[in-house]
Design a protein around this ligand. Sequence first.
Ligand code: GLN
Length: 562
Amino acid sequence: MRFRLTESPMNTGTQMARYIFITGGVVSSLGKGLASAALGALLQARGYTVRLRKLDPYLNVDPGTMSPFEHGEVFVTDDGAETDLDLGHYERFTGVHARQTDSISSGRIYSNVLEKERRGDYLGKTIQVIPHVTNEIKDFLRIGQDEVDFMLCEIGGTVGDIEGLPFFESIRQFIHERPRGQSILMHLTLLPYLAASGELKTKPTQHSVKELQSIGLAPDVLVCRSEHPIPEREIEKIALFCNVRKESVVPAYDLKTIYEAPLAYHRAGLDQAVLDAFGISPAPKPNLARWEDVMDRLTHPEGVVRVAIVGKYTQLEDAYKSIAEALTHGGMANRTKVKAEWIDAEIFEREDPAPYLENFHAILVPGGFGERGTEGKIKAAQFAREKKIPYLGICLGMQMAVIESARHLGGMGNAGSEEFDQESGEKRFTPVVYHLKEWVQGNHTVTRKTTDAKGGTMRLGAYTAVLKEGSKVAQVYGTTTIEERHRHRYEVDIRYRDKLEACGLIFSGMSPDGKLPEIVEVKNHPWFIGVQFHPELKSKPFAPHPLFADFVRAAMEQERLV
Ligand code: GLN
């Protein structure tokens, strides 16, 4: 079932996407990203094609150099962009792979404008926010406008933020310049609850809509987050004061799981309100089978496994957002609940890991940067290898597993990563993991210098790996050619391959030119796999990543625990 908008009764003869702008008011962290992703999924369920975009008002050029504590995980796209973690939600809900052009920040916009100014592109004119910055934003909005039925653009932050103003002004102009009825605005707000009087308050919502109106924007759909049921009379009041139709005031209550969002928003009437706002009538009926199955798997698990995640940024779950989600998906594939527990790797530098790790069905060591905590990660890998507990090492987690084998099986007591020597300025380790400065991407060679700016020195985005016939990973993937996303500077040195293979490692995945180890396995172990890439970025609730699905399956087979 697929309806192109051009086939709908409201066909205007144009092939251009309809735009939905998603803004937030009252407070931040209302779940705008999730609401946008869920709406994208619902439009797909009605047969439309969608693309989701994030416009971030901050001045960083991209989140690549921001600390995970600041910004949560950096989500990497196939084409190598380092983006906001909301793009991860978009992909997980729609399966549409994000691109470089789906994420933009004020920093990037200003940097483009200033670059053009230096090049003389503006022919000596005075450069101003309007029209130069706003034109740059509008050019960005138009990219790919003829490819999909709906383009959903989420604006980070809340209305009224100083940094956000050029984006809001650009949206105002953009809506005004397009044919009538081609763009709508969806605004998310919060209805605070006053326990003393037992009331939900609508005033902050009214104020944030006024704020929008003062810059020439009016919401077509209002999504109201609330911890309590919103009485009909309050919906009517919001509609009246905010100049939005009653049916377009959509309540959004707290959910047990984010994956309930598409069904919950559908029940609340969000997709209907959006299609009504565009005048699309009759709207194609939705097919929600995918989300019903997702919810069935999530809410009726037949067992539970416990997975230890031994990492550095354990206080902040958002730092490993995609890993947490991919584990949940892996559980869903097996109809099992995955309980992930985060353990600070540094603990194992002081204490024996056994009492911490022996109660887990599996151990995962995620990616990370810098030396802090790495000796603890090596201890975790050693414990998993020796005790035959399923181990999944991702990026740094793979590098630490290789160093562990080199030290304890290959007799290289001082095996380490060049990353740590570069950080400390001392020469302490034999670099089994070294700083990669040249590699092949498709049919060209990429070269990096240590003097390159921090943001630009990584191997980023999708690369092909060739898997060894008969290896565990080839069996897990069910193929011998895969494509996965990367984000790292250091790489396992191929020159140690023979030595490491002789003592029990298998290099089961390599770059197509055979130079870069992409996957290692431990021989005679039920499940020990390290991957140089980030499989978690491609997992979806309706299509769990095979590595995560099989990792959870292996965890379920751990009979030493009940
Ligand atoms: N710090 C390591 C590197 O740059 C690992 C990176 C990661 O885990 N994403 O190679």
